[in-house]
Design a protein around this ligand. Sequence first.
Ligand SMILES: Cc1ncc(COP(=O)(O)O)c(C=O)c1O
Length: 511
Amino acid sequence: MKNIILDNTIIIDLLSKERSLQYPSSKDVYEYITSDNLYQVYISSSSLDNIEFVLFSELKKSLSITNKEINTLIKLTIQELLKSVKLAKTPSYMEIDFDDIEGSQIIASAKAIDAMVLTRDERMLRKYSNIAIHPDEFFTSLKKEDSQIPFLDLKSLNTQYCSEYEKAFDTVVNSGWYIQGNECKAFEREFAQYCGTKYAIGVANGLDALILILRAYKEMGIMSNGDEVIVPSNTYIASILAISQNNLVPVLVEPDMVTYLIDPNKIEEKITSKTKAIMPVHLYGQTCEMESINAIAKQYNLKVIEDSAQSHGAYYKDKRSGNLGDASGFSFYPGKNLGAIGDGGAVTTNDEELANTIRALSNYGSHKKYENLYKGVNSRLDEMQAALLRVKLRYLDDEISKRKEIANYYLENIKNDRLILPTITTNSVWHLFVIRTPKRDQLQKYLLDNGIQTLIHYPIPPHKQAAYKEWNNKSFPITEQIHNEVLSLPISGVQSLEDTKRIVEVLNDFN
Ligand SMILES: Cc1ncc(COP(=O)(O)O)c(C=O)c1O
């Protein structure tokens, strides 16, 4: 996604009839960029005053109405404009060019969000030729740009929220309280409500969320060193690290070849007298077959610890991920569907004792200032990340529905017998759209040659990692096949339909 700031010359072209006839390319470009979700269009907050002023004299020339009527018209016109464009802040750290204060404010606003400036101002076009562009040149310059499709455009995902982030930043700085303050409390409340659980505890990252759940069960006397936890063999390494870091034993279970999720039919055969928990991982955004998993857990008196790092908002029947077992670990790593501007994580649960134990463990083992019940750690979600996550949480469902639209487009339009498309049997929030082919490496290179970036989740299975040497000779054939064949296509809330269509066309031509 590209950010574009309209400068005052363009805005007046759009708002004044006379000027729009004189400079029609301003309107042509404006209509193009506001109708395509490849672009986010802004005006600099510094422009508003000036627009009001210039518009007044333009309207005064062309209309024979009273000043009061002109002012009302200006108000309505600017209100209308702000329905299609966003306001970009003029940063306080800007360098003022005293020969062109207005222009330097617009340029500073553009630099703050990495935007181009659309302008007919000759001076600006000359002085800032690297970011300023004339509407007459807009369409020709488009053709010259490289047309790479990124796997995930994190910058655009976040700049959509920049004005709300700005407010969140000011709130935190002005509060004078930077750890475990009101923002963290509010986020925990809102996230618990979103997941449908009684408690959410913010922690430093997703790995810590899982580590702390298991550690808390140990402190509560439910698990002890050497106990076993069942976990899928094709998960991201963090799920497994959380188990071994607690001196517990990860017991790997193969996934189902259709869903890539832990196969409930293979769990029971791995249960021993030492088994204390099952850790289903809702990989790629799809919830595991929780009814079967919970039934097995109930029969053998096991805890169910969801790894929800990839499944924020995903439903299983009428409940959301995070509320499908005894406890759940979330990651807010920037690339997740609910991603922070840095690291972050949370535990959700309905178990009050577990919630209190995790809260204490994550805060040096302290439940009360300077009193330590446990040998805890420092793993807290900081105020700034919590404040930013509160903004993003409000848009999570929107992000998920945009991902669903892209996924549905892929599912309906990718038509190539060489490619195996994902099968969703429960519900997915499409954290990743993963296709499969034995010619995976060729396909990845072919897509890259066509300007499409993809990733592999994950190239090396956990049992083949050097970190788990003791497993290197073990065989998990389904897992190995998945790791050799999967490829994740670009998908996100800011991906344009145009890009999605291009990806499909290129995929359909692969042979
Ligand atoms: C399935 C899974 N579990 C756990 C994690 C760990 O989360 P974090 O990176 O926040 O530590 C991740 C994400 O990286 C993940 O994808």
